[in-house]
Each structure stands twice: as structure tokens, then as C-alpha cells.
Design a protein around this ligand. Structure first.
Ligand SMILES: Nc1nc2c(c(=O)[nH]1)N(C=O)[C@@H](CNc1ccc(C(=O)N[C@@H](CCC(=O)O)C(=O)O)cc1)CN2
Ligand SMILES: Nc1ncnc2c1ncn2[C@@H]1O[C@H](COP(=O)(O)OP(=O)(O)OP(=O)(O)O)[C@@H](O)[C@H]1O
Length: 200
């Protein structure tokens, strides 16, 4: 079976699993994940953080992003344009300004959005449908993050995942970009033991 087919079967299965989580479980789990991130030195030291605006079933980072903006960090989120699979990061200063976007994802108001150069990002909090502890990530299947992350090679990459979305092995392809950490409600997995966070 082709890697793309294996991915697509796993994606459907894990996406359905995520979709059936109750709002209570999602809310409580999101709070725990945000707490983990707040006490994580890598997050604390990042000055420019790319987060995401959660879709139903994903860990919600809204409270964390608000907190980060108030703490003086530069916060940006994906801004999908008209080309499928291609996105930019847009700085956001007020979560009340987000609008309903494409593909069921909230996004910053494009008429006011300030595109941020990917080379300025310190840390990308990356959503996904499944992860493994080597840092492989399975996304929504459009390649948005793989195409974006190669433009931000300096950024540290953390997958944000429910622990139930961890699998023994995510099928991978050449273009896939590895996560260096996966943050769940239970733990923060260091996918690359050689990687040490050094303060700049
Ligand atoms: N919160 C969040 N933002 C993100 C991503 C993500 O995974 N999570 N993305 C990660 O790449 C990009 C958006 N990628 C997407 C790719 C495909 C579909 C999609 O197929 N949506 C279906 C509806 C799915 C459903 O709810 O059943 C559709 O609109 O038909 C959605 C987002 C950028 N922003
Ligand atoms: N850097 C890239 N250059 C060209 N094509 C790419 C690149 N990254 C991904 N693709 C293509 O995009 C499609 C989706 O890729 P993949 O299954 O890895 O997406 P995903 O990581 O699950 O999605 P997303 O990032 O949107 O959540 C594939 O056909 C893949 O070949």
C-alpha cells in the first residue's frame, strides 16, 4: 500500500476519534495542555509564537494565546489564502478579531491581518490528527504545515496533541517535517534527545 493511502486511512480513523470527544473533555484537556505550555521553558523563552485557532475537537489554545499577547509576546496564527495548501502566518493582537475562515477554520480578519515573516518565528505550536514519539505528524492532509515550516527552519516545532492521538508510528514521506516535541495533557515528549534548548 502506498504511504499516502496508509496516511489517509489513519487520518480518517484518528480524525473521527477526535471528533467524538465531548466538549467537557476537550475543554478540560485544553486547560491542562495550556498549563503545561505555560510552565515550559521553551514556551516561556519564545518571543514570537505561532499558535493556531482550534477547530472542534482540537486542543484549544485561545486562553494561552491571550495570555501570551498580554505577556508581550508576538503571537501569530495561520492565515490561509486562496491557494489550497498554502498559508501565511498573521500576527494577532486580539482574539475577538478572528472571523470564520476557509475549511471550517477561524482566522484573523484578512482585511486587517499583518503577515509576519516566517523567519521571525521562535516556536510553532502545530496541530495534528496523529503524532508519534519520533516527531512524525499527520495533519489534515493538505500539506499546509509542511509547506509553511520549510520557510521557518529556525523555528522550534512542537506538536500539540491529545495523548490519545499518539500512535506507535505515523507513516512518513520525504516532504514531512519532524516535530522536536509533542505536548500532550500528560507530558512533553522530547523527540530529539540531542536537542537542547539554549537561551539566546
Ligand atoms: N486549527 C487548525 N488550523 C489550521 C490547520 C489545522 O490542522 N488546525 N491546518 C493544518 O493543516 C491548516 C488548515 N488545514 C485544513 C485542511 C483541510 C481541512 C478540511 O478538509 N476540512 C473539511 C472539514 C473537516 C471536518 O470537520 O469534517 C472541509 O472543510 O471539508 C481543514 C483544514 C491551517 N490551519
Ligand atoms: N513541501 C511540499 N512541497 C510539495 N508538496 C507537498 C509538500 N508538503 C506536502 N505536499 C503535498 O501535500 C499533500 C498532503 O501532504 P500530507 O499528507 O503530508 O499533509 P498533512 O501534513 O497531513 O497536512 P496539513 O499540513 O495540511 O495538516 C501531499 O500530496 C503532499 O505530497
Amino acid at each position: 500500500m502506498l504511504e499516502a493511502e496508509v496516511k489517509s486511512i489513519l487520518r480518517r480513523q484518528m480524525f473521527l476519534q477526535r471528533k467524538t470527544m465531548s466538549l467537557e473533555v476537550v475543554t478540560a484537556g485544553s486547560r491542562t495542555i495550556c498549563k503545561q505550555l505555560l510552565s515550559w521553558p521553551v514556551f516561556q523563552q519564545a518571543k514570537t509564537v505561532m499558535g493556531y485557532l482550534a477547530m472542534p475537537g482540537e486542543p484549544y489554545l485561545d486562553d494561552l494565546l491571550i495570555h501570551a499577547i498580554e505577556a508581550g509576546k508576538t503571537v501569530c496564527v495561520p492565515l490561509m489564502g486562496s491557494v489550497y495548501g498554502v498559508m501565511e502566518s498573521a500576527a494577532i493582537t486580539d482574539l475577538n478579531e478572528v472571523v470564520a475562515g476557509r475549511l471550517g477554520v477561524r482566522m484573523p480578519d484578512p482585511s486587517r491581518a499583518r503577515i509576519l515573516d516566517p523567519s521571525l518565528i521562535d516556536l510553532v505550536l502545530t496541530p495534528g490528527v496523529a503524532f508519534d514519539d519520533s516527531g512524525n505528524r499527520l495533519g489534515m492532509g493538505a500539506g499546509y504545515y509542511d509547506r509553511f515550516l520549510i520557510r521557518a527552519p529556525q523555528a522550534l516545532r512542537a506538536g500539540i496533541s491529545w495523548s490519545r492521538q499518539l500512535v506507535s508510528e505515523v507513516p512518513w514521506a520525504e516532504h514531512d517535517i519532524l516535530m522536536q516535541w509533542v505536548v500532550t495533557e500528560d507530558r512533553i515528549i522530547n523527540c530529539d534527545k540531542r536537542l537542547v534548548w539554549t537561551q539566546q
